[in-house]
Design a protein around this ligand. Structure first.
Ligand code: CA
Ligand code: CA
Length: 246
């Protein structure tokens, strides 16, 4: 009896060390996006992002952000941001057509039996000059899942005039949590498609992009087997202890 109880205690301690504690818990994961603020006003930057078409990081003081001659982004952004579909610092600049995007890929590592919940957030503004006879589109995607979609045909009717400076389509902020995502590679993409078949000119702005969340893990079958084996071992030791004490 005196010899078996220390053995029982050691078995319990060793068992817990080997098995760990099976759990189903939420484990926070860090920021998955690099440079979601697009540098700073001194040095606007697209570091970490893949670009296509016309995409430029700009300071919040950019003319496109404070336009007085047409419906610009006004004072929507308080810090450096990225503009799609405009290369001249004014929303009336070129290009008038094309597909413009920024994207970034991140990997959610494999976790046995677990999935991820991701909270995706950002601020965007979509604006154009001319009347609302446009068919340009702006949206965000996670892989093939569309997070939001805007069509410039829904922009308010307004000419290139300073009085239109506050008219824009905004996501301010956008935030959505996607649940149960499998481990793997994911690409977040913002895309403006300017249609060459009309005379409109649009631009889109993006800032404060964030992807965070948590992972959930569940007990692995092998861990459950080990735990079961540990309980059986403890039971045998307990029986031996009882037998010794008789
Ligand atoms: Ca920023
Ligand atoms: Ca444009």
């Amino acid at each position: 009896m005196l010899r078996t109880w220390p053995a029982l205690a050691i078995a319990l301690i060793l068992g817990s060390l080997v098995v760990g504690i099976p759990h189903a818990s939420a484990i926070p994961i860090g920021q998955q996006i690099v440079n979601g603020e697009f540098g700073n006003n001194t040095t606007p930057s697209l570091t970490g992002w893949t670009t296509a078409g016309t995409a430029n990081a700009r300071p919040s003081t950019d003319a496109l952000n404070t336009s007085t001659g047409n419906a610009g982004f006004n004072t929507f952004f308080a810090s450096s941001f990225t503009a799609l579909g405009d290369d001249a610092g004014a929303i009336s600049g070129s290009p008038f057509a094309g597909t413009h995007s920024i994207s970034q890929t991140f990997v959610l590592p494999a976790i046995s039996g677990g999935t991820y919940n991701l909270t995706i957030s950002f601020r965007t503004v979509f604006d154009g000059e001319g009347q609302n006879n446009q068919v340009d589109t702006f949206g965000a995607f996670l892989n093939t899942t569309q997070l939001f979609s805007q069509n410039s045909s829904t922009l308010p009717t307004c000419g290139p005039d300073a009085s239109c400076a506050s008219i824009q389509l905004a996501q301010n902020p956008f935030s959505q949590t996607l649940v149960g995502l499998a481990p793997g590679s994911y690409t977040l993409r913002f895309e403006l498609v300017e249609n060459s078949g009309n005379a409109s000119n649009t631009a889109a702005g993006i800032d404060s992009v964030s992807v965070t969340g948590n992972s959930s893990s569940v007990p692995e079958p092998s861990s459950l087997l080990l735990l079961g084996a540990a309980f059986v071992g403890v039971g045998l030791l307990a029986r031996r202890a009882r037998g010794t004490s008789r």
